[in-house]
Every structure is written in structure tokens, then in C-alpha cells.
Ligand binder design. Structure first.
Ligand code: 7TS
Length: 409
């Protein structure tokens, strides 16, 4: 599907939450980088699961258990195809990107990092791709190094190449920045890191709903996704890892499901993906996640990206017309997902957020869990508008008109 054939109003009709008044105004939801809204198909899948299918999976000898297990594994196959993994078993379900990154840090990191080794992250990481690495570096004696960025929010790739060395064991980098929108040159990062035999983890939290993903052509070692940023339920994430890495990693948590055999003397672990899925997982939400993937696939990433880019360009042009002395933009890289951070001269971002909320406009304000990035810009936080497939030019015009009034006041 291309952008011309998208019918945004019929897409909006699939999202019941959008059709409400907030503070006396029609809701304008522009906080999609925090979490997207969910289409009816996802809401109904969740509802149907609990009405008709609910049972624990991979263990029951009865019809409901079989059915639930089948649906759960169908989502795994859908994830495999969504990211073009070689095997479904390389796709592990977690709670979200945060848990996926912690899993890699605490298993791969703890098992294979030694004193003197280096973990390379970037200045624009979300805290969830900083703190887990700090923790494992403290535990193992490895060193955390940081790729700097340029003022427009692009990675300093010269610096990246210089930071790489035989000591670099892990490069953990965000694919698309949640605060700036920058799309990083991940293919170049992966190829360069592999020359030094470092493994690469991509934080795909923001890339998931916008960019086509092919883990095999990228040759990425680990990729993380969150369902709730991809039109799916909260509490579900994905960790993709290459089999040869996942096989040699120790388990993350011990418990049911992740074992082959347990005795008090010795436990043998299950094969992937089950080795990393201890306990009863978030079955219903995983099952409904498939409907979110179907929703994105039916529209097509290309059409989604084209529409969101039009929205972003319209917004940025409008902001520029409001005057660069009044509005400062953060994140002006040429390749971006539909996220724009900005500040109104002399106004605290939180106050801007409150005034917009009074008009029914939902944006995020604050540091966006990227405090080191905010420190780089010498600010506490920004106002961030982030767009999804159901947003419209009219909504952006309302936001711009409200900002105009705030500036004139
Ligand atoms: N990485 C990036 C790039 C993110 O944007 C987020 C969440 C995470 C990791 C963590 O994902 P989670 O699903 O485990 O929470 N980002 C945001 C945001 O921008 N506003 O709220 C959450």
C-alpha cells in the first residue's frame, strides 16, 4: 500500500480511544513515542482470549491449553516474519525493551565481559540502554564508552569509528531516538563493530512501528522491540538474538518452563526460546500482539513512514514559521522518524504541556528518559510531539495554532 491509498479517517475509526473529548476539546493524541493507541482488532483479541481461550500454555493436556499455546506460538511466528528472523526460536518474549536489554546485559554481558573490555553506547540512548550496561560494567570491570553526537542530533560517526577497538565487545545503540527522532546508520554501525568482533544490540523501541526490519540483511546480533509502541498491548516485548549467541548465553531467570530436567543435584536448561521464558508469560497480551503486527503489515511500513514523514514535515515547517527566535527545535537530522522536540523561548516545557493539555492536546514533556542527552543540549527537558499513522494534518494545525496563541500571549 502507498500513502495515496491510505484512508486515515477509516484508520481512525479503528481506534475508539481517539473519539473522545478531553478538557472540553476533541482529543489530539501526539504522545505516540511513549505508547501508541490500540486498534479494535487488538482490543477484541485480548477480550476474546479471556472470554473463550484462557489457559496456561505449553503444559496442559486439554483443548484450551492447546489452543492458547497455538495462538501464543503464532505470535512468535508473526514476530519472526515481521523482523525476518531465520527461526521463530530466536524471538523471545519479554515485558518490553527494558527487560530485553537487561536480559542481554545480565546474561551475555555478565558471562562474557572481562575487566578491560569495553561496551559502547551513544549519547542519545534511553536510560534503559544506559543503566543496564553501567550495572554490568560495574559487576565485570568492563568500561562504558559513549559515542558523541552533533548539534543536529546525528551520531558523530567519525568518533564512533575511532572509539571502536579490539577492546570493544558490545555496541548497544538506539536505532531511532525517542527524544530527537534521529534514525541512526545502523548498517554501518553493525558492519564496523563486526570487524572488531563486537556484538551489536539495537534498541528498536522507536524503530518498530516506523521502519522496515530485516535482522538477516542487517546481520544484527540482538534487537529489542516493545509491543506497546507498535499498536499492541503493554507488558510485551521481544528480544531477537542470533541462535549461536542465545544458545551460549546462561538463562536470565530460573523457574518453570525454562528447564528440561530438574533434580536437587543438577538442572538442565530448556532450548531457546523457552530457556529465557521462565514462568507463566503474559499470554493474553502476547496473543493480541499478533493483531497489532497484522495491523502494521496490512498498512505497510512504507505507507506508514510516508504519511508520518508528511506529518513531521508539516509540523516542522509550521514551527519554523512561528519564528526561530521563539521556538527552538531539538533533533534536526535529515533522516528521522516522526518525533519532534522543541522549546518555546522563556517557557518551561511542563507549563507548555499543561497548556496544551487544557486544549485536549497530549504531548510529552520532560527529559524523555534521556538525561545525558538533555545535559548535552544544556536543558532540563523538551516538549515532544510524536506522530502515528492515525494523526492528521488538521490535528497538527490545531497544535500549531495553540502554540501561536501561547507565543503571542
Ligand atoms: N528505548 C527507547 C528508544 C524508548 O523510546 C523507550 C521508551 C525504551 C527504550 C523503553 O521501552 P519500554 O517499553 O521498556 O518502556 N520510551 C518512552 C518515551 O519516549 N516516553 O515514554 C517511554
Amino acid at each position: 500500500m502507498n500513502v495515496a491509498s491510505l484512508d486515515i479517517s477509516s484508520i481512525r475509526n479503528q481506534f475508539p480511544i481517539l473519539h473522545q473529548q478531553v478538557n472540553g476539546h476533541p482529543l489530539i493524541y501526539l504522545d505516540n513515542a511513549a505508547t501508541t493507541q490500540k486498534p479494535l482488532s487488538v482490543i477484541e483479541a485480548l477480550d476474546n482470549y479471556y472470554k473463550f481461550h484462557n489457559a496456561n500454555i505449553h503444559r496442559g493436556a486439554h483443548a484450551l491449553a492447546d489452543r492458547s499455546t497455538g495462538f501464543y506460538e503464532d505470535t512468535r511466528k508473526a514476530v519472526q516474519s515481521f523482523i525476518n528472523a531465520k527461526e521463530a526460536a530466536e524471538c523471545i518474549f519479554t515485558k518490553g525493551v527494558t527487560e530485553s536489554i537487561n536480559l542481554v546485559a545480565q546474561t551475555y554481558g555478565k558471562a562474557f565481559l572481562k575487566p578491560g573490555d569495553e561496551v559502547l553506547i551513544s549519547y542519545m540512548e534511553h536510560h534503559s540502554n544506559i543503566v543496564p550496561w553501567q550495572m554490568v560494567c560495574e559487576e565485570t570491570g568492563a568500561k562504558l564508552k559513549v559515542i558523541p553526537i552533533h548539534a543536529n542530533g546525528e551520531l558523530d560517526m567519525n568518533a564512533f569509528h575511532q572509539l571502536l577497538s579490539a577492546q570493544t565487545k558490545i555496541v548497544a545503540c538506539v536505532w531511532a531516538s525517542n527524544a530527537l527522532g534521529t534514525i541512526n546508520p545502523v548498517k554501518e554501525i553493525i558492519e564496523a563493530a563486526h570487524q572488531y568482533k563486537a556484538v551489536v544490540l539495537l534498541d528498536g523501541a522507536q524503530a518498530g512501528s516506523h521502519l522496515p526490519i530485516n535482522v538477516q540483511t542487517l546481520d544484527v546480533d540482538f534487537l529489542t522491540l516493545s509491543s506497546h509502541k507498535l499498536y499492541g498491548p503493554t507488558g510485551v516485548g521481544v528480544l531477537y538474538g542470533k541462535r549461536e549467541l542465545l544458545d551460549k548465553m546462561p538463562p536470565y531467570q530460573g523457574g518453570g518452563e525454562m528447564i528440561k530436567d530438574v533434580s536437587f543435584e543438577k538442572t538442565t536448561y530448556n532450548d531457546i526460546p523457552f530457556k529465557f521464558e521462565a514462568g507463566t508469560p503474559n499470554i493474553g497480551d502476547v496473543i493480541a500482539f499478533k493483531d497489532a503486527l497484522d495491523f502494521v503489515n496490512d498498512l505497510g511500513k512504507e505507507a506508514i513512514m510516508q504519511w508520518e514523514t508528511q506529518l513531521l514535515q508539516h509540523f516542522v515547517m509550521g514551527l519554523k514559521e512561528l519564528g526561530s527566535n521563539r521556538i527552538k527545535l531539538f533533533g534536526t537530522a535529515p533522516h528521522k522518524v516522526a518525533v519532534q522536540s522543541f522549546l518555546i523561548e522563556g517557557k518551561h516545557p511542563f507549563d507548555t504541556g499543561l497548556l496544551l493539555d487544557a486544549k485536549g492536546i497530549a504531548v510529552r514533556t520532560g527529559h524523555h528518559c534521556t538525561q545525558p542527552l538533555m545535559k548535552f543540549f544544556g536543558i532540563e527537558g523538551t516538549v515532544r510531539a510524536s506522530f502515528a499513522i492515525y494523526n492528521t494534518i488538521e490535528e497538527i494545525d490545531s497544535l500549531l495554532a495553540t502554540l501561536q496563541k501561547m507565543i503571542n500571549r
